[in-house]
Ligand binder design. Structure first.
Ligand SMILES: *Cc1c(COP(=O)(O)O)cnc(C)c1O
Length: 360
């Protein structure tokens, strides 16, 4: 059986060593040494100044909405994992879905859309499969209209644009450190913000609304990351360059051997793919079904991701029909990619995709 994702596990002895220090100190959570070390090492690795570790990527998104006091209509992507919208809807915000660019699959916002829309409070845009296409223009539009740009950067760990962290091209960015992501802390995430004030707010909101001096109290909740998770993060971070390189090697083979048979999302030339996912876009949903069943018959799992388009799943207040997103969602498939995937397995996957397409 070849799964579509397999969590990366670091050296067990190394993790055990960190865990045994947690046992010695009995400091399990709340501003522990591993959490602080992880925040500082991640800030350095990602080249950002204000990074707050939290309990999940969804928590990071929710935190961003709270920091900006969002209350009503938000422009967002219909082609994303459901968490982008479910966190909005859960907060009684109204997702106004904007259709995607057919090549990058990111929501496609131009000046015209902004001029047509009234009462937009903010933009929550997903960097689909980590792709930063359109981000610079989106930031310009948001600045012009003085609304915050929040990016769902759950896929975009380590992605750079013009040799700067993509996390610099927004007001806030949510990263997910879920077990299946490139970098993980079992469960976890981080929020990156652009001002001291936002950082202070975030740090109090994740700790029941207690301000850093310990006295002033506002609303808040508990989104803290614990020491066991932070320790896992430290171990995985030690290996991150190798993880990324191994993913790149797999991706290179998929790209060179499958690009004549299916469409691949296009990356801007001023950025490098982090190979968080290995998506292929088939010509039709029938082709997609044949590929899925051929892979399945050989014990290979693939995932319809993202499917379905979020403008179809019954949230109320839907204003737009996002035809491109619906079309792509019906035809896109993510192939297995993870560092432990063997070269022979990649060959088998590529062969099986081609075989299914030649049968149609
Ligand atoms: C994984 C993911 C999330 C949610 O992150 P969690 O850490 O699982 O809460 C949100 N958005 C996207 C695009 C994701 O891939």
């Amino acid at each position: 059986m070849i799964p579509v994702v397999r969590p990366y596990l670091p050296d067990k002895k190394k993790y055990e060593k960190l865990i045994s220090k947690i046992f010695d100190s009995s400091h399990l959570t709340n501003q522990g040494r591993y959490l602080k070390e992880l925040e500082s090492r991640l800030s350095e690795y990602l080249n950002v100044d204000r990074l707050i570790c939290v309990s999940s990527g969804s928590a990071a998104l929710h935190l961003a909405y709270k920091i900006y006091g969002l209350k009503s209509k938000i422009l967002t992507s219909p082609f994303s994992y459901v968490a982008t919208s479910s966190t909005l809807v859960w907060d009684e915000l109204i997702p106004d879905f904007i259709d995607i660019h057919p090549n990058s699959l990111n929501m496609h916002v131009d000046e015209e859309i902004f001029l047509k829309k009234a009462n937009i409070e903010g933009v929550v845009s997903t960097l689909v499969y980590g792709n930063p296409h359109g981000l610079e223009d989106l930031k310009k539009e948001c600045n012009k209209h003085n609304i915050p740009l929040i990016i769902d950067a759950a896929h975009a760990f380590g992605v750079r644009l013009n040799d700067r962290s993509v996390l610099e091209y927004c007001n806030a960015a949510a990263l997910s450190f879920h077990a299946t992501k490139i970098f993980h802390t079992i469960e976890g995430g981080a929020l990156i913000v652009d001002t001291e004030e936002s950082e202070q707010l975030a740090r109090s909101y994740i700790n029941f609304g207690i301000k850093s001096d310990g006295f002033e109290i506002s609303g808040g909740t508990n989104y803290k990351m614990n020491e066991f998770e932070a320790a896992m993060g430290l171990c995985v971070l030690d290996d991150i360059d190798r993880i990324i390189e191994m993913r790149a090697n797999i991706s290179k083979r998929y790209n060179s051997e499958l690009s004549n048979f299916c469409q691949l999302p296009e990356w801007p030339t001023n950025s490098k793919n982090n190979n968080a996912y290995a998506p292929i876009i088939l010509e039709s949903e029938d082709d997609l079904q044949s590929v899925i069943s051929n892979l399945k018959s050989k014990g290979i799992q693939a995932r319809r991701y993202f499917y379905p388009s979020l403008d179809t799943i019954g949230y109320t207040h839907i204003e737009n029909t996002c035809e491109i997103s619906r079309d792509i969602a019906r035809r896109v498939l993510c192939l297995p990619i993870y560092p432990q995937l063997k070269d022979a397995e990649v060959s088998q996957i590529i062969y099986s995709v081609k075989e299914a397409l030649s049968m149609n």
